[in-house]
Design a protein around this ligand. Structure first.
Ligand code: SR1
Ligand code: MG
Length: 424
């Protein structure tokens, strides 16, 4: 496939012929296209994803479509998201080596990326959490990934000129930011066309939330922060569907929403997905109690935050080469305490904001367009609504009261209390 032909969506039938000469692919899977087996496995909201297996091995071919797959061609979406995904992956690989799939090839015109196939036992993290699997390295791997990519993509680390050039590059990811700006921060709080929720069970609560002035104001303050605080290169969509795991390994995928935004956004979205997994466990107890899984999930949130803090602090002390909080103002003058004080300020700001982003993420996954399988796979609608109600009560509390909450233990104690609440 050359870069000159106009874009055309691949299919299981056309892929071997169209990519049969692609050396990056044939090198890995073999040249004999008559032996290739192609499956389309995309279950996300936006793209085509093919697994291509040949004599020598397998690879993934991911291709963007000119529209939102979940909705159809009535919602056009530019192919250039593939360009941003490719560039985000290369930066994540450089900043947190081994944390993303290896990239073999990128074709901008065809909006496709050929990458490493994370074969079974790799599965999507969300699926593993629904199945009740406790993964020992999860918190460490994700905490390190977030600290390394978010620190190293910021003015704490990068050469200012290079960061500004990169910021300009990713500033063009307008349409994907627009999805987040609307679906995450605004739509859940009014009767937006594509919203849906478990009805009639949640109707009353939805009306209550839409009339909740404090929550709406907080959601808009967070939207403002998201749009105006171009602090670092974010993954931009770091939920449990964007992470693949085995029992011991973790890889982040799908950074097509990457752009320069607040550090707390990735961390908050990720933790929200753990808290939602926690509140959904009650709906997955067909084969026995999920008490242990609930305890595990709360432990994962605490450990992820602890690992993030520790690694971010380590990088602050050892790699602070950017134009912010220069060493010449602190360590070079023998003022290590000053540097530590600034670090504390920064971490406490991230903490307060991540709680806000987490609370808002919970709302959009229950009331907006794009829901989570954690709740959606609970067949009993009444039970699902109970799980969702608890998550919403929790999300509202941490978003609105975020400035008064000072530790993750406090948050997890609240989660456990709401979970045990029998009135809901
Ligand atoms: C129309 S896209 C809906 C959602 O899917 C993606 O994974 C993002 O989370 C986005 O908000
Ligand atoms: Mg995605």
């Amino acid at each position: 496939m050359t870069g000159n032909k106009p874009f055309e969506a691949l299919s299981v039938e056309t892929l071997p012929k169209r990519l049969g000469e692609n050396e990056a692919l044939t090198e890995r899977i073999g040249k004999d296209i008559s032996r290739w087996k192609v499956r389309e496995v995309g279950d996300g909201n936006l793209n085509l994803v093919f697994i291509v297996e040949g004599d020598k091995g397998a690879a993934v071919v991911k291709q963007a479509l000119p529209y939102v797959r979940l909705v159809g061609d009535s919602w056009p979406l530019p192919l250039k998201r593939s360009f941003f995904e490719y560039h985000a992956l290369t930066r994540q690989q450089a900043r947190a080596p081994g944390s993303v799939p290896a990239i073999y090839h990128f074709d901008e015109t065809q909006a496709l990326i050929v990458m490493e196939y994370l074969s079974p036992p790799y599965i999507i993290l969300r699926r593993a959490l629904i199945d009740g699997r406790e993964l020992p390295n999860l918190a460490r791997d994700i905490g390190l990934f977030m600290a390394r990519t978010l620190f190293r993509g910021s003015d704490l680390s990068m050469v200012a000129r290079e960061r500004k050039a990169d910021l300009a590059l990713f500033a063009d990811n307008v349409e994907l930011c627009d999805i987040t700006e609307n679906l995450v921060f605004s739509d859940p709080y009014f009767d937006a066309r594509m919203n849906r929720h478990t009805s009639p069970q949640l109707d009353g609560l939805v009306a209550e939330l839409r009339a909740d002035r404090d929550l709406k104001v907080e959601a808009q303050r967070l939207k403002h922060l998201f749009a105006a605080n171009a602090e670092t290169l974010l993954h931009g969509d770091l939920h449990s569907g964007s992470i693949m795991v085995t029992d011991t390994e973790t890889r982040m995928i799908d950074p097509e929403f990457a752009f320069y935004g607040p550090i707390a956004f990735d961390v908050g979205m990720l933790l929200a997905n753990f808290w939602m997994a926690f509140f959904s466990q009650r709906g997955h107890e067909e084969n026995g109690s999920r008490d242990s899984m609930r305890a595990y999930l709360l432990k994962v949130t605490a450990e992820t935050w602890a690992v993030f803090r520790a690694e971010f602090s380590h990088l602050w002390r050892t790699e602070r080469t950017g134009m912010l909080y220069q060493r010449s103002l602190f360590e070079d003058q023998g003022d290590r305490l000053g540097a530590e004080q600034a670090l504390d300020h920064m971490l406490s700001g991230i903490w307060t904001d991540l709680l806000g982003f987490a609370g808002i993420e919970v709302h959009r996954r229950i009331l907006g367009l794009a829901h989570n399988a954690d709740f959606e796979t609970i067949a009993d609608q009444d039970l699902r609504a109970k799980c969702e109600t608890k998550a919403l009560r929790f999300g509202r509390h941490i978003a609105v009261n975020r400035r008064q909450i000072h530790s993750i233990d406090e948050v997890n104690t609240l989660a456990a209390l709401i979970e045990q609440e029998s009135r809901i």
